[in-house]
Design a binder for this molecule. Structure first.
Ligand SMILES: NC(=O)c1ccc[n+]([C@@H]2O[C@H](COP(=O)([O-])OP(=O)(O)OC[C@H]3O[C@@H](n4cnc5c(N)ncnc54)[C@H](O)[C@@H]3O)[C@@H](O)[C@H]2O)c1
Length: 365
């Protein structure tokens, strides 16, 4: 691989702005092209990162044909991930696709096949792995501090958190609600921490309590009429039997009656030698971790002092991807991991619909 900076482009400039930070940093890429239907978003991001007006596009196919890109971030609504990703791979670019990888297993498999055909990398934007506290848990697991993990409880729950952008609540565009939007993050984080042990069976149940009534949506005043159809889950719970004999409870809610304005990511891993609990309230960074163990037969609580130096989130993910590409190392996230999550999500929706456990038997990494 050459030392020339990789030419990067971004399609979709909502969360796409976080990708811009990664490509715009000094990590071996340059942000040369942007695409969105929204002129204001295009103009603002282009001026922040010095992208030339002739490389600002409304049509991503035109961008892919003209801008000679080495890497493209696909940050469009979920149902558009597959088509744009395949187009970018076929144009010869590596792709970093936002989560969830796709709205169906069939689409995710087509994306994998396109990556294989074009011999390009396909990666999924799991930025929460790159929190310093999550990295700390990974190190503790590798160091054997938890022993054999036999149970995981992964949850992302919000009091008022139904996204305001209409497409999130529209099944055709999103593929699902809180489960596919928030659940996928904590599912991936947990599977990654566990080392992707494979999935045997999945049970799920979803509910739609608030969204259809126009309640608990960001930016909506009480009594304001609901102008967009809402036909997805605003909450879900699942039980997953994993390939190594352990299991996971997965919960995701966009809305529920609880402490006002609460947004809580909670991952608990119970092992033979210790338990770790990650509690991220309202995206805070301080005091998010506890590890419980025994020393000399006495229970001890470990409260680690986490160092939050350097980039994290999307910026750290992109930095890591670029450095792996330069070094010819395996990508830190890949299509197979994204596909695994889509398998689980799809099975949870099917289980909820059919009212039964689904046998998946999808393999380890
Ligand atoms: N990793 C994370 O933490 C994270 C956070 C938020 C969103 N996301 C994911 O990112 C994706 C986008 O979410 P968002 O919150 O940015 O949504 P958004 O609605 O804010 O942004 C989507 C953008 O895509 C543009 N767009 C739509 N159709 C287009 C087309 N045909 N061509 C070009 N542009 C088009 C829209 O104009 C809009 O600006 C989703 O898959 C979502 O799940 C991930």
């Amino acid at each position: 691989m050459t030392d020339k900076p990789l030419r990067a482009g971004i399609i979709g400039l909502g969360i796409g702005a976080a990708h811009a930070k990664g490509y715009g940093g000094d990590y071996g890429a340059e942000l040369v092209a942007l695409c969105d239907l929204d002129d204001t978003r295009l103009r603002l991001l282009a001026s922040e990162y010095g992208v030339k007006p002739e490389h600002c596009y409304h049509d991503y196919r035109q961008m892919l044909a003209e801008a000679k890109l080495d890497i493209v971030s696909v940050c469009l609504p979920n149902a558009m991930h597959a088509e744009a990703t395949i187009a970018a791979l076929e144009a010869g670019a590596h792709v970093l696709c936002e989560k969830p990888m796709a709205t169906s297993v069939a689409q995710a498999q087509q994306m994998m096949a396109a990556a294989e055909r074009s011999q390009r990398q396909l990666m999924i934007a799991y930025n929460h792995r790159y929190r310093a506290d999550v990295m700390w848990i990974r190190r503790m697991i590798k160091d054997g501090q938890l022993g054999q993990i036999y149970h995981a409880h992964a949850a992302w729950r919000r009091e008022t958190g139904i996204p305001g952008s209409g497409w999130f609540g529209n099944k055709q565009m999103s593929g699902g609600g809180a489960l596919i939007d928030l659940g996928v993050h904590v599912l991936d984080m947990t599977m990654w921490l566990l080392g992707f042990p494979g999935v045997k069976t999945v049970s799920g149940d979803t509910h739609m309590v608030f969204g259809q009534r126009g309640l608990k949506t960001w930016g909506r005043r009480p009594g304001q009429p609901v102008e967009t159809a809402f036909d997805v889950d605003d909450g879900a719970v699942g039980f997953i039997r994993l390939g190594d004999g352990s299991n996971m409870v997965l919960e995701a809610t966009w809305a529920e009656h609880r402490q006002p304005q609460d947004d809580l990511i909670r991952v608990e891993l119970q092992g033979t030698e210790g338990t770790v609990v990650l509690n991220i309230a309202n995206y805070r960074r301080d005091d998010t971790l506890r590890m419980y163990k025994e020393m000399e037969g006495e229970p001890v609580t470990v409260i680690p002092a986490i160092r939050w130096e350097g980039p994290h989130g999307h910026e750290a993910l992109i930095m890591d991807i670029l450095s792996a590409m330069r070094a010819g190392l395996p990508m830190p996230t890949d299509g197979a991991q994204g596909l695994m999550a889509v398998h689980v999500l799809e099975a949870m929706y099917r289980s909820s619909h059919d009212g039964r456990e689904i046998e998946l038997n999808v393999g380890a990494e």
